[in-house]
Design a protein around this ligand. Sequence first.
Ligand SMILES: [Zn+2]
Length: 424
Amino acid sequence: MNSPLLLVNIGQLLTLRADSPQPGPRRGAALKELGIIPEGAVLCLGGKIVSVGTTKDALRDPWLKKNRKKVAEIDCGGKVVLPGFVDSHTHPAFVNPRLVDFEKRIEGVSYEEIAAAGGGIRSSLDAVRKAPKALLAEKVLAALREMAAHGTTTVEAKSGYGLTLESELKSLEAIRAAASLWPGTVFPTLLGAHVVPKEFQSCSQKYVEIVCKEMIPQVARRRLAQFVDVFCDKGAFTPEETEQIFEAARHHGLSVRAHVGQLSETTLGPFLRFDPASFDHMDHVSDGDISLLVQRDTVATLVPGANYFLGLKDYPDARRLIDASVPVALATDYNPGTSPTVSMPMAMSLACTHMKMSPSEAVAASTINGAWALRLAERKGSIEVGKDADLAVFGVHDYREIPYWFGASHCEMTILSGEMRTKG
Ligand SMILES: [Zn+2]
């Protein structure tokens, strides 16, 4: 068990506690509620948060007075503390950066054209299929450590660059191995349905059968993933194939999420019966589908890093979603082709500058709603008694500086399940 940890003299403690608690993820005006305690303090014990309040009250606490010597005390010197970020959409199981695609795109070649010429997701497959599991695990662990250095304490990690039974299982095993060496929390997702591999191009149904009848049952039996994800879009999987894969996931007790509306509008209605935890990207979405999401806990996870890195003019219309009361989360979409960033503060900055989200909305979308997007809100995403001791300390005096100083990490410390990690 970790020794008790007390953070005091926190200039702004962003608890993310709601002023007017409502069940489910944050929507509408509630997305702005950060529950800020000035001059705050947090006490962590056994990897959990046991007390949250002001520094003055914490220092008067009888238990603390008696046990002060046993407690590791961190003087935050007026800085900002918030819940560790929940990065609810990442693809860390890859080997190499995609530098050729990067250059081609700069020359004006589109995402679809690069994919059609053998670049894109398919070009990452060879290296992952050949890679020993230990090498993949090393890559994943390096990414997790970088993420923690930027304030992230919980990560959803997808497979999806192997696309054979063997290499998808290997990718998930590598994610598990990396997660066991990292004090944060990792939620693995099977993304066997990332793209149809070349060898099945003219018979995608055969590949869907492999996903449904081989990958999903094995992953479920070996508890290698909590979620099954499908890339349902132009050039990837059809809505019918997606439903078929979701059906198999449900049959084997796995929850579902999907990449939708990145390249073209995807009709979401038929997927709702599977109660997806999240619909991700959502660049293109109809008014009808927005009204379907208003009543549900399915989170719209926006990943502006992909729009930025693809050099797109347009970004997901966050205001339209938030103002309609759809719950919105932010994530990095960390991946080698379209969003090679581990930085949640960068995603937040893009959300503010390009999607007109306020800094407070960006914080809530990166913490509590990220937790909802992973169905983890009872443990993660806010600083409240009983939740996991996942915190980030930023070397700034106002939380709005987190998205403001873009391109540099001001995260000075992360606490992951009560374990401290400092910069450098
Ligand atoms: Zn993705």
